[in-house]
Design a protein around this ligand. Structure first.
Ligand code: TYD
Length: 216
C-alpha cells in the first residue's frame, strides 16, 4: 500500500463477530506495508470518551440518555483522535461507529432513525468513513462467544436479531460503502489478507485529497 494517504475504515457487526481480532491483524499487516495506522474503538478513545463508555456499558439507563452519551463520546473521539489522525495522513481503523448507533439505538431500541442520523452528523462534523466492513454472524453464535457479557450482550435474542437486520438494511441503503464478510470463515490472518486485497481495489483513486475535501 502507498504511504501518505488517509483512509478511514469502520468495522461493524453483531456481538461476538470477531471485529477486534480482525482489526489487530489488519493493523499489523498494514504497518508491515509501511502505513501509519491508528486503531481505535467506539464508544471510547480519549479519556473522557472511555469514561462515558464505562458509564454506558455498566449502568441501566433510558434509550434517549444512552443515545446522547454515545454521541457525546463520539464528538470527543472525533475531535481528539480521529480527526487529528486523518490530518496526519494515518489510516484510521475504528471498531464500531455511527452505523452501530443506527443499528442498536435505532433499529433495535426503536429510536427515530432520522434523529439519529442528524445527531451522528453533528457529532462527527460530517466526517464519514471511506469504507465500512461488516462482519456477519448469527446472533445466537455471536452471543455464545461473549465471555464477560456487558448489558447489551444480556439483551434478548430478538434484540440482537433486530441489530443484525438493522445492519443489513444499512448495507442495502448504501452498498458501495460496505464490504461484507462472513465472520470466522477463515483465520483472522487470511481474512486480513483478503480484506487488504479488497481495500486496495476499492480505495484506488480515493486519496488524501478526496477524504480531505469531504471533511471540510
Ligand atoms: P463492546 O464490548 O465494545 O462490544 P463489541 O466487542 O461487540 O463491539 O461494547 C460496545 C457495545 O456498545 C456493543 O454492545 C454495541 C454497543 N453500541 C451501541 O449500542 N451504540 C453505539 O453507537 C456503539 C458505538 C456501540
Amino acid at each position: 500500500m502507498k504511504k501518505k494517504k488517509a483512509f478511514f475504515i469502520t468495522f461493524e457487526g453483531p456481538e461476538g463477530c470477531g471485529k477486534t481480532t480482525l482489526i489487530t491483524e489488519l493493523k499489523r499487516k498494514l504497518k508491515e506495508g509501511g502505513a501509519t495506522v491508528t486503531a481505535t474503538r467506539e464508544p471510547g478513545g480519549p479519556i473522557a470518551a472511555e469514561k462515558i463508555r464505562e458509564l454506558i456499558l455498566n449502568n441501566p439507563m433510558g434509550a434517549m440518555t444512552e443515545l446522547f452519551l454515545y454521541e457525546a463520546a463520539r464528538a470527543e473521539h472525533l475531535e481528539k483522535v480521529i480527526n487529528p489522525a486523518l490530518i496526519s495522513h494515518n489510516w484510521v481503523l475504528c471498531d464500531r461507529f455511527t452505523d452501530s448507533t443506527l443499528a442498536y439505538q435505532g433499529y433495535a431500541r426503536g429510536l427515530d432513525l432520522k434523529l439519529i442520523k442528524t445527531l451522528n452528523k453533528i457529532a462527527t462534523q460530517g466526517i464519514q468513513p471511506n469504507l465500512s466492513v461488516y462482519l456477519d454472524v448469527d446472533p445466537e453464535v455471536g452471543l455464545k462467544r461473549a465471555s464477560d457479557p456487558n448489558r447489551f450482550e444480556r439483551e434478548s435474542l430478538e434484540f440482537h436479531h433486530r441489530v443484525r437486520n438493522g445492519f443489513l438494511s444499512l448495507i442495502k441503503e448504501d452498498p458501495k460503502r460496505w464490504i461484507r464478510l462472513k465472520a470466522f470463515s477463515s483465520s483472522a490472518e487470511k481474512m486480513a489478507e483478503s480484506l487488504i486485497a479488497q481495500l486496495e481495489k476499492r480505495l484506488t483513486g480515493l486519496g488524501r485529497k478526496k477524504s480531505e475535501k469531504s471533511r471540510k
